[in-house]
Design a protein around this ligand. Structure first.
Ligand SMILES: NC(=O)c1ccc[n+]([C@@H]2O[C@H](COP(=O)([O-])OP(=O)(O)OC[C@H]3O[C@@H](n4cnc5c(N)ncnc54)[C@H](OP(=O)(O)O)[C@@H]3O)[C@@H](O)[C@H]2O)c1
Length: 244
């Protein structure tokens, strides 16, 4: 299957590195225009430039109070956003007993609230256009739980509920809503792990390796494709069998 998204516009949040960068690059290869968004301007400029003439750098803090206005402006400037990838996310791990309200707030605001604000603006236009693909990056931790990550697991479980409920609401408008649940992927989010911890983890993964950002990007390209139009409300587990 060769995915052709020529004529479509995608917005990928957290496209400055890691999984979001890989998704932006792979979507760029399908012919889509790709709006690469993150806070670090020079990083999104680099990614957009490497995508080529269809890459657009967007400096965007998804937790900013004016995020809805920024999305409205992008929708006006680029006519529409046909593919939305809610990828940007953060961790602030701590044992629950020690977790500060600010750690809870920052993670929930970035990982869950932002998806509500951004998706609501984008979905209105997708519904009108009768075509859309919304892809939310959750985590297997949202399904399994993980000690030290009560805030993160809550945000990722929230994204799964968000995905399923919204899919039911707007499925009849030819707008699909799906989530991808990565396992452990080699990015800056996981690079702090010691070699020993990585080795122990690899033993628990059926594929016996950590995932790559491209492992997730291919799943996103599939869900964005015309051919995936009958797939909605699902959580695609891309964890090498870490959690089944
Ligand atoms: N790596 C894993 O093992 C793993 C596993 C499961 C799920 N995930 C999920 O996959 C997604 C991507 O993770 P990753 O591993 O690629 O992480 P990463 O390397 O730390 O990248 C995170 C991205 O999010 C952006 N970001 C963070 N806060 C932002 C904000 N307020 N506004 C806009 N952009 C923001 C960062 O860009 P700036 O700093 O430039 O803003 C960066 O591009 C996250 O949702 C994460 O929870 C990752």
């Amino acid at each position: 299957m060769k995915v052709d998204l020529t004529g479509k516009t995608a917005l990928v949040t957290g496209a400055s590195r890691g999984i979001g960068e890989a998704i932006a690059r792979r979507l760029g290869e399908t012919g889509a225009k790709v709006l690469c968004a993150a806070r670090t301007l020079d990083a999104v400029q680099r990614v957009a430039a490497e995508i080529g003439e269809k890459g657009v750098a967007v400096q965007l803090d998804i937790t900013a109070p004016d995020v809805r206005d920024r999305i409205k402006a992008l929708l006006d400037e680029h006519t529409n956003i046909d593919i939305l990838v809610n990828n940007a996310g953060v961790t602030e791990d701590d044992l629950f007993i020690r977790m500060k309200p600010e750690q809870w707030d920052r993670v929930l605001r970035t990982n869950l609230d932002s998806a509500f604000h951004i998706t609501q603006e984008v979905a209105k236009k997708m519904i009108r256009a009768r075509w859309g693909r919304i892809i939310n990056i959750t985590s297997v931790v949202g399904l399994s739980g993980n000690p030290g990550q009560v805030n993160y697991a809550s945000s990722k479980a929230g994204i799964i509920g968000f995905t399923k409920a919204l899919a039911l609401e707007i499925g009849s408008r030819n707008v699909t809503v799906n989530a991808i649940a990565p396992g452990f992927i080699q990015t800056s989010m996981t690079e702090a792990m010691t070699d020993d911890a990585k080795k122990k983890l690899e033993e628990k993964i059926a594929a016996k390796r950590l995932g790559t950002p491209d492992d997730i990007a291919w799943a996103a390209v599939f869900l964005a494709s015309e051919e995936a139009g009958y797939v909605t409300g699902t959580v695609l587990n891309v964890s090498g069998g870490l959690y089944t």
